[in-house]
Design a protein around this ligand. Sequence first.
Ligand code: FES
Ligand code: FES
Length: 161
Amino acid sequence: MTKVTMTVNGRAVSGEVEGRTLLSAFLREGLGLTGTHVGCDTSQCGACVVHVDGQPVKSCTVFASDVEGASVTTIEGMANPDGTLGRVQQAFQDHHGLQCGFCTPGMVMSAAALLAENPKPTEADVRHYLEGNICRCTGYHNIVKAVLAASGQDVSGLAAE
Ligand code: FES
Ligand code: FES
């Protein structure tokens, strides 16, 4: 076991981990941050996306010990300081960008990363960026609409799913 220390959602945390402990497991089981979902554990579904030093990362693909000293943001860190939904979260709610919700934390984290690097993406940009996030429910249309809405663009011309 080794000690790992990092900042998660602005809070300094530490814990004892095995060398093989995944970041996703550390967040969920070590810190109780179960908003990060694990759908596959094999780097395919994107449900586990978090930000590590501002970059989107599938947290099932990195060891907790590999992010020693890093700043990690999870879906729990995406709400506004007063507890209300953050901009991207609110857009998903407003535009029905979810059904069962299992993929949603990863979708929101990926979408936020996209908007940080490309504040006004096209529909094609959004679809391309979210290729690593799988949703088994929605058919993606309303997810794309939500991300475009979160960017401040007019989505009234896009048909609802
Ligand atoms: S749980 Fe990490 S990509 Fe599916
Ligand atoms: S809303 Fe169910 S998997 Fe995406």
